[in-house]
Design a protein around this ligand. Structure first.
Ligand code: KE4
Length: 435
């Protein structure tokens, strides 16, 4: 596959941008090889700077559930941008999208638009602290909530649940109130709550984890978090940046039947433009400035063009359960096909899937948390990624990411994905990538 223009662009980009990319995962560091520079996309396909094309299984890390360059979204953006890309004053579209999200997600009575998922989660923690008067919060190992300082913490030594900074530049001071628990482990939560009674403002969780690869919650996990939050006056925050409007018109909470106190959004609600949001009950959200004492602001929050894109995609999803049925069926065709192929290959593997999200791990363990996800064979995943890429299938360039299926992926693309999977795994086995 000729990728010389991508290579030249990456070489030049490296002299101008840290790592040559504007977000680390795009650099292909954990899968080997150089990143592909995309030039355009339509439907199920990405087209790179050397005019190779790829079936896209990332879909911009979730937003493109309707496929790339959806006509209605495009038209809405073109119409909005003609009225000026930004007013810096309130506009009609902000009211309309707030009303639509509140209609679609029953746990939300008021919502604030921001510009990214990171802003949404940072603001949600500040709001939880302001509303409860308590400083500590619990997050789960392997869950990612954006690059806000309080979230960039790693598990401390041993059983210690105090987070330690996981990035240079994050101070102990900002991580000291972050408590870490294993995903899908309610006993771990009980221990942390007991050790920090009356000091915890919130538990923030990806209701379906997508940042350690796709890891669905155990049946009792979310209900268990809900009951513990009720019992200990702790706010339950669902980070639905990835799962919001992806797993159902009301996100993971709509699919799994557990209501959080605060929900954060991103990705799909911007239709591919930079948008985030956080929302919850009227009582909690009225703590947010200028209504209340918790400050949060943003020059381009509620930007008319981004709101137009978000409205267009949400209107297509609202009241259309058939879209969710379709992407789930397509995802099942892919995962069942991969399962059939791999069951003959003698490789250790496991597949996690829920709705239109899935991940393939190369491990003999059931992957229910980050420790289990880390038992995957990273070298094998890298070989699988590169083999699929060379056959025109664009996977997430990291084992610890979920894949996202769009309605634009039809049976022809499923056939391409499975044909490539069969060839790559046969080749890998031939090369002795066994266990
Ligand atoms: P952004 O700030 O990237 O818009 O959103 C942060 C965020 C918050 N919460 C969850 C559950 C998320 O998945 C994300 C961002 N997701 C990653 C993909 N794992 C974005 C890709 C990237 O970092 O380039």
């Amino acid at each position: 596959m000729n990728i010389q223009n991508s290579k030249a662009l990456f070489e030049h980009a490296n002299t101008l941008i840290p790592g040559g990319v504007n977000s680390p995962v795009r650099a292909f560091k954990s899968v080997g090889g150089d990143p592909i520079f995309m030039s355009w996309a339509k439907g199920a396909y990405l087209y790179d700077e050397d005019n190779n094309h790829y079936v896209d299984l990332i879909n911009s890390w979730g937003p493109m559930i309707l496929g790339h360059a959806n006509e209605e979204v495009e038209k809405a953006v073109f119409d909005a941008v003609k009225s000026s890309p930004s007013f810096g004053a309130p506009g009609r579209r902000e009211v309309e999208i707030a009303e639509l999200i509140i209609e679609m997600v029953p746990s939300i009575e008021k919502i604030r638009m921001v510009n990214s998922g990171t802003e949404a989660t940072m603001s949600a923690i500040r709001l939880a602290r302001g509303y409860t008067g308590k400083n500590k919060f619990i997050k789960f190992e392997g869950c990612y909530h954006g690059h806000g300082d309080p979230f960039l913490v790693a598990a401390g030594s041993g059983a210690a649940t105090l987070g330690v900074p996981d990035s240079l530049g994050v101070t102990v001071g900002t991580s000291i109130d972050t408590l870490l628990a294993p995903y899908n482990d309610l006993s771990g939560i009980d221990r942390i709550i007991a050790e920090n009674e009356n000091e915890i403002c919130a538990i923030i969780v990806e209701p379906v984890a997508g940042n350690m690869g796709c890891v669905p919650p155990n049946d009792d996990f979310l209900k268990g978090l809900r009951s513990r939050c009720n019992a200990h006056q702790i706010l339950l925050i669902f980070d639905e940046v990835m799962t919001g409007f992806r797993l159902s018109p009301a996100g993971a909470q709509g699919l799994l039947g557990v209501k959080p106190d605060i929900t954060t959004f991103g990705k799909i609600i911007g239709g591919g433009l930079p948008v985030g949001a956080y929302g919850g009950s009227r009582e909690i959200m009225n703590y947010v400035a200028p209504e209340g004492p918790v400050y949060q602001a943003g020059t381009l929050s509620g930007n008319p063009v981004a709101m137009a894109a978000g409205m267009a995609i949400l209107k297509k999803l609202n009241g259309h359960p058939e879209i969710y049925e379709q992407v789930e069926q397509t995802t099942l065709q892919i995962t069942e096909g991969i399962n059939k192929i791999l069951s003959h290959q003698g490789l250790n593997y496991t597949i996690n899937q829920i709705g239109s999200m899935y991940s393939l791990f190369f491990t003999d363990q059931k992957v229910t948390n980050f420790q289990k996800a880390k038992t995957t064979n990273i070298e094998l995943f890298g070989a699988y990624f590169r083999g699929m890429l060379s056959r025109g299938i664009y996977l997430a360039p990291s084992q610890f990411e979920s894949l996202f299926i769009s309605i634009a992926i039809q049976s022809a693309e499923v056939d391409l994905i499975l044909k490539a999977t069969d060839e790559v795994l046969l080749e890998m086995n031939g090369k002795g990538y066994t266990h």
